[in-house]
Design a protein around this ligand. Structure first.
Ligand SMILES: *Cc1c(COP(=O)(O)O)cnc(C)c1O
Length: 353
């Protein structure tokens, strides 16, 4: 694919690196690629960041044909910039696209386009400890008709946002509320796809939890409301009696890259790690008997997020004295050291821009 580059004539002022937050600031450029059944992917263009123009009948606005990815560019101490396992994001984008009836894209080409965009906005990769440049690729169906048909036109867009240290005040455990009414996904549905629709359906439960003073929702399976699936928009792991357990990828769970990397690291360290069904009853029994040693979420934004409290059926349970546990801490330290290039990348996970 040929890439056209149009540079912005005026550049924005960079925001204060200590006040970045998440997804509030955007860089000078964006990538836009078009697709039609007839032409395939065409018109790859890096251009000044700006609004998209889409037809009011565009598929995405009516039928929710949208998928996205999230990865980061990290600035190393030597000033160079690197990505963490970007090919995994490109692969997952295709998995999501397949589920939503959106077109496939060449995975290597997708990574190359992302690298090129980051290279052009490289000065936007922040320098302060814990900061990074968040990369948000997204794809949507863009047919200009209200008929419900298979998708013939689509766009892939990539935008970049400098983001702050997730844990400005250290790795503090979060309070989680178990959601027993709404479900996020069901087997056979779109749970394993990273699509906007899954998020749209989860907003209500998140709001309810927040009103009660909890920062995230623990999702249960959609059929029996019995098995644990994810926590907020993160995968979830528990250490019970010396063994790390995490819900297996059954179709309703998002296959997180942080999840995959964490499992690989813990197996390298000789830990017992099992992917299986975990019922809420098993978890509560473990909390009550004191065998639940640690609980944490995993995801690109926070890396790991320790869970300090679990709320279910009117009862609040405290985990590991509301402190970050040793495995959670070790995962955080190792993953962030690889991502920011503080230790040698023995796994070959990082890609220099
Ligand atoms: C993106 C996402 C995750 C985490 O995936 P990572 O690849 O580790 O960032 C987990 N759950 C949901 C629902 C997600 O959308």
């Amino acid at each position: 694919m040929e890439l056209k580059i149009t540079k912005a004539t005026t550049l924005k002022n960079k925001p204060d690196e200590s006040k970045l937050g998440f997804g509030k600031f955007f860089t000078d450029h964006m990538l836009e690629v078009s697709y039609t059944r007839e032409k395939g992917w065409y018109n790859a263009e890096i251009k000044p960041f700006g609004n998209l123009s889409i037809h009011p009948a565009s598929t995405v606005l009516h039928y929710g044909s949208e998928i996205f990815e999230g990865l980061k560019a990290y600035r190393r101490k030597d000033g160079k910039v690197q990505l963490f396992r970007p090919i995994e994001n490109a692969r997952r984008l295709n998995t999501s696209a397949e589920r939503l009836g959106l077109p496939q894209i060449d995975e290597n080409e997708c990574v190359e386009l992302i690298k090129k965009l980051v290279e052009i906005d490289i000065d936007w990769v922040p320098h302060e400890e814990g900061t990074s440049l968040y990369i948000r690729p997204f794809m949507f169906g863009n047919d200009e008709t209200l008929g419900v048909h298979s998708i013939h036109a689509a766009k892939l867009v990539v935008i970049l946002s400098p983001v702050g240290a997730y844990y400005a005040e250290g790795l503090n455990p979060v309070k989680i509320c178990i959601e027993t009414a709404d479900v996020r996904a069901v087997r056979g549905g779109t749970g394993y796809a990273k699509c906007g629709g899954n998020y749209a359906a989860s907003v209500r439960a998140g709001e309810k939890a927040e009103k009660k003073g909890y920062s995230q929702v623990l999702w249960l399976d959609g059929v029996e409301r019995k098995y644990i699936e994810e926590v907020g928009a993160m995968n979830v792991m528990f250490k019970i009696n010396g063994e790390v357990v995490t819900p297996m990828l059954s179709g309703s769970i998002l296959p997180g890259i942080t999840r995959k990397s964490s499992l690989e690291l813990m197996r390298d360290w000789g830990m017992k790690v099992t992917e299986r069904q975990i019922s809420i009853d098993e978890l509560i029994t473990a909390v009550k008997s004191g065998t639940l040693e640690e609980a944490w979420g995993t995801g690109t934004a926070a890396v790991v997020s320790p869970i300090g409290y679990l709320f279910i059926d009117g009862v609040e349970y405290k985990i590991n004295d509301n402190k970050i546990g040793p495995v959670t801490q070790k995962l955080y330290d190792n993953l962030t050291s690889i991502q920011w290039g503080k230790i040698k990348d023995e796994k070959g996970w990082t890609v220099e821009v």
